[in-house]
Structures are given as C-alpha cells and as structure tokens.
Design a protein around this ligand. Structure first.
Ligand SMILES: NC(=O)C1=CN([C@@H]2O[C@H](COP(=O)(O)OP(=O)(O)OC[C@H]3O[C@@H](n4cnc5c(N)ncnc54)[C@H](O)[C@@H]3O)[C@@H](O)[C@H]2O)C=CC1
Ligand SMILES: O=C([O-])CC(=O)C(=O)O
Length: 349
C-alpha cells in the first residue's frame, strides 16, 4: 500500500521535485537493474526539438537511461514519455538547481536548448541569447560528466561549438573527439532533395555536406554523391541553394512559430544513434559533423568523421572537389572564420 502511495506522488505532474520523485520510483520498483545500454541526457527537452527527440530516444534500444532537463515544462514531458513501453528509464529534471543531477553519469549529452529563429533572422541573430545558455550547460558538463560525448544542436552551431570548446578548455577537460556540432539535418535534407531530383529512394542516397551550419557555410559535395551520378549546372545550382536554405524554408513556412523541429529531432536521433553505436564499438560508423579539424586552416569544420568508443576518432579529408565546390569552399571558409572567432571571443571576454 505504501509503495502505491509513494508511486502516486511521483505521478503528480505538478510535483516540482522531479529528481526526488524519480528516486522514489526507483526505490519502489521491483526491477532496479535496468537494461544494459547508455545513459543519455537531453538539455532543452521540453522544446520544439526536445520533445520529439525525447520520444525518439526513448524508442532507441541502445539507451538504458534517459534524463530530460529543461528550465520549464520538463515534468509534463517526462510523465508523458515515461509511459512508453520501451526499455529506457526516464527521469525529469527542472531548473538550474537540478542540472548537476541531470548530467551526473551521462555517456551522451544532446543539447537543443536555446531560442529558435523567426522569419527575417539569421542563425547568428540567436548568438546573444544562446551563447550564454550553451556556456552554462557546458560548465555543468565539465563538472558532472566530463567524459560524455556532446551533441550540440543549439544555433548558431558555427559559434556555439567554439564556445563549448573554450568552456571545456577552461575546465581542463577538453577532448576534441567528444565535442560534435550536429549538422546531420543538412545531410538529411541533401539526401531528400537529391533523391527527389534523381527519382531515387532517399534511403539509397548519401550526400556528404561539409563546412558549417549556416547559409553558404553549408556545402553539399554533389560530385561525391552515392550512388555515383551527375547533375546539370542548373540542377547543381538548385540543389546547393535548396540545401543551404533548407532551414530558412521551414522558418518561413512556420511563419513565426519557430524553425525545424520534427526533421531536426529525426536528424538528432540518427546522429546520436551513430554516436551510441560508435561507443558500443561498432566498426565503420561514419557521419558528417562540425568538429575540431585540420582538414582546412580553420580550427573547426564539418566533414565526415568516424565515430568510435572515444567519439570522433577519425576526421576525413574533403576528397576531390570540382570547380563549383572549390569556389563554394572559399566562400564557406570566409564566413566560418568570422563565426568561429565570434564564439572564441565571447569566451575570452
Ligand atoms: N543544428 C541544427 O541543425 C538545428 C538547430 N536548431 C536550433 O535548436 C535550438 C532549439 O530549437 P527549438 O527546440 O525549436 O526551440 P524551442 O524554443 O522550441 O525549445 C528550446 C527549449 O530550450 C529550453 N531552454 C532555454 N534555456 C535553457 C537553459 N538554460 N537550459 C535548458 N533548457 C533551456 C527552453 O525552455 C525550450 O524548452 C535553437 O537554437 C535552434 O536554432 C534548430 C533546428 C536545426
Ligand atoms: O534554420 C534554423 O534556424 C534552424 C536550423 O538550423 C535548420 O533548420 O537547419
């Protein structure tokens, strides 16, 4: 009887003691061990990306524990997701005072916290708000799970990844292999749009997208599409532009109600799953990500990386580029250099 009473306390959605209620649940449940797997935290779990991302992560058989952290509404999202009859144990955490509990012991931390764009804004316009959010969350990671693999989604990714790197350096825990800016949505879009033009199933298409995650810094390498194919100059122009402007296409269609959330949650889970398979020791896990890099003269750059037990274990070279892509690369590098420097300077202030 007492067990039921204590479990009911946990089920009260207005209960702000999320962490405590999760402990009550564990104490009172018969099965305490949980399935083998990885511990994943989502920071910003109650947001437009965070909610579907939490749902999809709860469906991932590689996840044994899922921590959902936000500064608002995480109790409701946690109660909802926790009823799904999949293996992962879900715990909710609300507000800054529960950040450390949310992060302690995590293997992977996915960060979609921060404000999204409205029509007319660039991703860089989000810098002033999101830079501080990312800084605070990465300070928490430095303290509570310094060995975690970090998947950073918050925009502008071209600047937030350098900010995270500086936070980790300051804390003395920086390992470039473990910090990954998520550019997977660019690849997902590129696969979709290229498949449309070629009349193929998008699941059969693989388009490397390199550079960064904003406008001209998003550089699809259409000369390296698999299966091998060729495009007319008009198709190349159309596809490159559509992939670069994919985010803006969604922002405009949503007309003030935010940016891509559902396709982003899909892309984030696809990428996090690749990181988890790498952590498990699977061979040949390769995806594009924005990482510390020596591929160009810039300190960060998105290319294909091989994901392993310690994160991005190998950063691949660009491969042969055609003239159109070489010109695109120069444009991308010019803009990227400014965005990276902006992130670094924010932390030096
Ligand atoms: N890397 C990529 O490809 C993409 C990145 N994004 C970016 O992802 C971010 C989130 O987008 P949405 O989910 O649509 O926004 P949203 O506003 O719907 O959700 C953001 C969530 O973050 C939470 N949050 C704010 N400050 C926080 C803090 N200090 N700690 C924890 N949580 C905090 C909010 O309470 C909210 O629940 C934006 O910066 C957006 O630009 C969006 C799409 C694609
Ligand atoms: O466009 C935005 O602001 C959100 C984003 O990064 C994307 O959808 O690629």
């Amino acid at each position: 009887m007492q067990r039921i009473a204590r479990l009911s306390a946990h089920l009260n959605p207005t209960n702000p003691q999320m962490e405590e209620s999760a402990i009550l649940e564990r104490v009172n449940c018969r099965a305490k061990g949980g399935a083998p797997g990885f511990k994943v935290a989502i920071l910003g779990a109650a947001g437009g990306i965070g909610q579907p991302l939490a749902m999809l992560m709860k469906m991932n058989p590689l996840v044994s524990v899922l921590h959902l952290y936000d500064v608002v509404n995480s109790p409701g999202v946690t109660a909802d997701i926790s009823h799904m009859d999949t293996g992962a144990v879900v715990r909710g955490f609300l507000g800054q005072q529960q950040l450390e509990a949310a992060l302690t012991g995590m293997d992977v931390v996915v960060i979609p916290a921060g404000v999204p764009r409205k029509p007319g804004m660039t991703r860089d316009d989000l810098f002033n708000i999101n830079a501080g959010i990312v800084k605070t969350l990465c300070e928490g990671i430095s303290k509570c799970c310094p060995n975690a693999i970090v998947n950073l989604i918050s925009n502008p990714v071209n600047s937030t990844v350098p900010i995270a790197a500086e936070v980790f350096k300051k804390a003395g825990i920086y390992d470039p292999k473990r910090l990954l800016g998520v550019t997977m949505l660019d690849v997902v879009r590129a696969n979709t749009f290229v498949a449309e033009v070629l009349g193929l199933d998008p699941r059969e298409v693989d388009v490397p997208v390199v550079g960064g995650h904003a406008g001209v810094t998003i550089l699809p390498l259409l000369s390296q599409v698999k299966p091998p194919c060729s495009f007319t100059p008009e198709e190349t122009e159309y596809l490159t532009k559509r992939i670069q402007d994919g985010g803006t296409e969604v922002v405009q269609a949503k007309a003030g109600a935010g940016s891509a959330t559902l396709s982003m949650a899909y892309a984030a889970v696809k990428f996090a799953d690749a990181c988890l398979r790498g952590l498990r020791g699977d061979a040949g896990v390769v995806e594009c990500a924005f990482v510390a890099s020596q591929v160009t003269e810039l300190p960060f750059f998105a290319t294909k990386v091989r994901l392993g037990r310690t994160g991005a274990e190998e950063v691949y070279q660009l491969g042969p580029l055609n003239e159109y892509e070489r010109a695109g690369l120069e444009n991308a590098k010019r803009e990227l250099a400014i965005s990276i420097q902006k992130g670094v300077s924010f932390m030096k202030k």
